[in-house]
Structure formats: structure tokens, C-alpha cells
Design a binder for this molecule. Structure first.
Ligand code: NAD
Ligand code: ZN
Length: 343
């Protein structure tokens, strides 16, 4: 089969023939239809310091996908050829304290699809059956292809109550955009999104933001005044990984405010702990998706009318992967989809 492979330590990817993955008795083999490009894939492609210490080439990359079941192992009774599925990319051990307690998102032995095991930028991908998710009939395949980052957005946006609350979102990348749409759908009052990129601010306004500001040009206190807010934001989603953005969130929260942090900084960040203490803020890290409560919520949010399609801005065939990666890297894009020629 054809797959996008990090062939050796260094920048670049190669589209090449590799063996179709073998499946064990508990595994599902999936014919990939469409995939989404994540920031992680850009890190691996460019071979930054994180990739250099994490990835062991040769490695098939990619973890955001939708496809159809092609084959199943002897123990698998719930999946059948032809069914439309996506995969939870965090393969958990099943044996640690948290796995045994049914809290697999807290597993201490997580293995990442397309990071620590061969991934989904390929014609076929294999996963344990406990990592495979059936889609509801009629789902848009492009939406299904990005259930993984949509799950990051849902996990973050529903970490704290947003009904009637004023929400700050720092970073309007694909995940910040989708989280804004979820907060709107879930009944937030004001949603202020802070994002330096103008293309992404426009997308944010189409996805439920009340106001989208350029943090270099406009102060959040000024925005609060314009919206008639008095005490600060009740909830914030940190979706940028940027130190200034996290500090601005901490500075603009109401007393008792809650900050869900999904963004991954590249270096340590110093914070004003006095403000966290005296204003009694809660800061909570969010990683991945809850298995499988977040997936259930994703399904029903889509069924109840949530539309995340505006976050998808570019489509390419898999042979044009270089153009697809360039579009994802440009910043003037939302989600970039690659089609693997099967749908
Ligand atoms: P992205 O890089 O496309 O988006 C980040 C956005 O933040 C960009 O649009 C950037 O312009 C913006 N930004 C930069 N500086 C800013 C500032 N000072 N204020 C406001 N915005 C600023 O990323 P994404 O794919 O949307 O993912 C969002 C973040 O979540 C990234 O940091 C990513 O690494 C991280 N992530 C975490 C998990 C997890 O499980 N915790 C999973 C996926 C992604
Ligand atoms: Zn575990």
C-alpha cells in the first residue's frame, strides 16, 4: 500500500510503498478515506526538536482519519467490513490504575497513532477494536475525518460549564475555532476570541465568536467594556500554546474563573501566581479526548445541529501532500483534508 513515511531522521516525508499492516485477533483493519493534517504532523515533517526526540523512523505518520472497516481479527464481533469508522489515536494499556477505573484518557502508558506506532496517512491503518469508533449514519465524511481534533475542542469546551457564561478563547487555529462553535452551541453569552491571524479571525466570526480581536492591537479590558462585562471572563480556553496569551487570560478572568489549557507551549512559561491565588482561578490541563464520553458528545452535538464545516478550508489528494502540508503550515487555513482515493 502507499503511505506517507518519515523515512529517516531529518526534514521531509516520502510517499512510498510499505506492507499493509498485519492485524492481531483484537484488531480492525481500516481502508482510509480521508485524513486531517494536525500540528503534530507539521512538527514531524519539519523534524523539530520535539520530533527528533520522539519519533523513531521509519514511521508512517498521521492520526486524524475516517475510513471503512476492511478486515477484522478473530475476536472482533462489533465491527464489519464496509462500516464507516474513525480511530481514537491514543492507544491505552488497559492495565494501569486509570485504565482499570475506566479513565483511559489518564492512562500512564499511552501510545500515539502516527507518533509511536504506524499511523493513518496511508491506504490502510490498523487499530485495536477498543480504539475504533462507529460513526452515526449520514455523517459528512470530512467532518468524520477530523473527529480527533474536534474531540480536543469538545473536551476543552465542555470541561467547565459555559451556559450563560462569558468565554475567552486564545488562538483561532482549527481547535480554537471548533471550541468556539461548541461554546456557542452550548449556550455561552459572549465568546471573545483572540488571534493575530486575520484569516482565522474571519473564520472565528463565522463559527460563533461575538468578537475576534488581534491581541497586538486590542486590549481585552477594552473588549470587556465594549460588551458591558464587569467582572471578567468566567471561562477561558487556551488554544495557542503562547505565553502572552495564557498570561492575558489569567489577567482577565473573573474571580473564581476557570481556564482549560489545551495549547502546548514550546518552552516553560512563568505566570503571576498571585493573581491565580487571590482571584481563586482554576487552571486545568486538557489532553486528548475522554474515552468515550467525548466521542459520544461529538456525535450528539453534530446530530443536534452543531456545524464545524467552516473550520475545513482546504482539500487535496494524498499525492499532493506537499501542497497540503504547505497550506496547513501557512496559517491562512483552517483544517486541511487529504483524500486517500477510496470514497
Ligand atoms: P494552531 O497552531 O493551528 O493554532 C494556534 C493559534 O494560536 C494560531 O492560529 C496562532 O496564530 C494563535 N496564536 C499565536 N499567538 C497568539 C496569541 N498571543 N494570542 C492568541 N492567539 C495566538 O493549533 P491547533 O491545531 O488549533 O491546536 C491548538 C493548540 O493545541 C496547539 O498549541 C496544539 O499544539 C495544541 N494541541 C493540544 C492537544 C492536547 O491534547 N492537549 C491536542 C492537539 C493540539
Ligand atoms: Zn493505562
Amino acid at each position: 500500500m502507499l503511505a506517507l513515511v518519515k523515512v529517516d531522521a531529518g526534514p521531509g516525508l516520502r510517499l512510498q510503498e510499505v506492507p499493509r499492516p498485519d492485524i492481531g485477533i483484537n484488531d480492525v483493519l481500516i481502508r482510509v478515506h480521508k485524513t486531517g493534517i494536525c500540528g503534530t504532523d507539521l512538527h514531524i515533517e519539519s523534524w523539530d526538536p520535539w520530533a527528533a526526540k520522539t519519533i523513531h523512523p521509519p514511521q508512517v505518520i498521521g492520526h486524524e482519519f475516517v475510513g471503512e472497516v476492511a478486515d477484522v481479527g478473530a475476536n472482533v464481533t462489533d465491527f464489519h467490513p464496509g462500516e464507516l469508522v474513525s480511530g481514537e489515536g491514543h492507544v491505552t494499556c488497559g492495565r494501569c490504575r486509570h485504565c482499570l477505573a475506566g479513565q483511559r484518557h489518564l492512562c500512564v502508558n499511552t501510545v500515539g497513532l502516527g507518533v509511536n506506532r504506524d499511523g493513518a496517512f496511508a491506504e490502510y491503518v490498523a487499530l485495536p477494536m477498543t480504539n475504533v469508533w462507529h460513526h452515526a449514519p449520514g455523517i459528512d465524511e470530512e467532518v468524520a475525518a477530523i473527529f480527533d481534533p474536534f474531540g480536543n475542542a469538545v473536551h476543552t469546551a465542555l470541561a467547565f460549564e459555559v451556559l450563560g457564561e462569558d468565554v475567552l478563547v486564545t488562538g483561532a487555529g482549527p481547535i480554537g475555532l471548533m471550541a468556539s462553535a461548541v461554546a456557542r452551541h452550548a449556550g455561552a453569552r459572549n465568546i471573545v476570541i483572540s488571534e493575530p491571524n486575520a484569516f482565522r479571525r474571519d473564520l472565528a466570526m463565522r463559527m460563533g465568536a461575538t468578537i475576534a480581536i488581534d491581541p497586538r492591537e486590542r486590549d481585552l479590558r477594552d473588549v470587556q467594556r465594549e460588551l458591558g462585562m464587569v467582572e471578567g471572563f468566567d471561562v477561558a480556553f487556551e488554544m495557542s500554546g503562547n505565553a502572552t496569551a495564557l498570561r492575558s487570560a489569567i489577567d482577565n478572568m473573573a474571580h473564581g474563573g476557570r481556564i482549560a489549557i489545551l495549547g502546548i507551549p514550546t518552552a516553560e512559561i512563568s505566570l503571576d501566581v498571585n493573581t491565580i491565588v487571590f482571584n481563586q482561578l482554576t487552571l486545568r490541563g486538557i489532553y486528548g479526548r475522554e474515552m468515550y464520553e467525548t466521542w459520544y458528545k461529538m456525535r450528539v452535538l453534530i446530530q443536534s445541529g452543531l456545524d464545524i464545516r467552516p473550520a475545513i478550508t482546504h482539500r487535496f489528494g494524498f499525492r499532493d501532500f506537499e501542497a497540503a502540508f504547505a497550506a496547513a503550515r501557512s496559517g491562512d487555513s483552517g483544517k486541511v483534508i487529504m483524500d486517500w482515493g477510496a470514497s
